[in-house]
Design a protein. Structure first.
Length: 221
């Protein structure tokens, strides 16, 4: 288990784990008075662990998000992609903050204006925020994060409501994925909300393949 942010820990299972072991792990946290606000992990293990932990701590377990993790090794670009990809710049900051707030609302992870500004400015300073433009107008965005030796993640994918169903998100993600492969990464990964069939479909269309389903639970007294 790894906790790098205050909201949740990651339950990483590298080989098969029995339910008794998950129950014992939950018990160890309780014995050591370690407060766990939330847990994210592969679906069957996160389900079992969170149930035992909530019973032991007498907390309410709430499913926040059911996710699917995808990975891509080769990209299939949509035909006749409308527009082009460019790197975000400081001049884009204000509208990107508005998009970030809307992204948080759509993803059920609300962001304050200050939180949205911090995230956007961090992506821009790291040169990891990208914008899809059509006829000179920004119509979609995506960012790269968590680069490792062989993999990089794509996140923060968002298209304003007025520009949806025009192929912009598919074009943006496909182009950015291809750019990362050309940069030397062996694979590109991303997370989707299983409650959003549209995003799950478009990513598979550009050759993202499912790796595993995961769930994020929060605990409340």
């Amino acid at each position: 288990m790894l906790q790098s942010i205050k909201e949740q820990a990651i339950l990483a299972v590298l080989s098969e784990v029995a339910e008794d072991e998950l129950k014992e792990s939950a018990g160890i946290l309780v014995e050591q008075n370690i407060n766990l606000p939330g847990i994210m992990g592969e679906s069957p293990y996160a389900d079992a662990f969170s149930l035992h932990y909530s019973e032991l701590t007498k907390t309410k377990r709430t499913l926040h998000t059911a996710q699917r993790i995808y990975q891509l090794r080769n990209v299939r670009h949509p035909k006749d992609m409308p527009g082009q990809l460019r790197l975000g710049t400081e001049e884009d900051t204000e509208f990107l903050i508005k998009w970030a707030i809307q992204f948080g609302e759509d993803a059920n992870v609300p962001l304050t204006e200050d939180e949205a500004r911090e995230r956007v400015e961090r992506f821009l300073s790291q040169q990891s925020m990208y914008i899809w433009e059509f006829e000179g107008k920004p119509v979609s965005m995506a960012a790269t994060s968590r680069p490792s030796h062989s993999n990089i993640n794509i996140s923060f994918v968002f298209t304003p409501a007025s520009e949806r169903k025009k192929g912009y998100a598919s074009a943006c993600v496909a182009s950015l994925s291809g750019k990362m492969l050309e940069a030397g990464f062996e694979t590109v990964s991303l997370y989707t909300d299983l409650a959003n069939p549209t995003s799950n479909h478009i990513y598979q269309e550009i050759w993202y393949e499912m790796v595993v389903n995961s769930k994020l639970y929060y605990f409340y007294f």
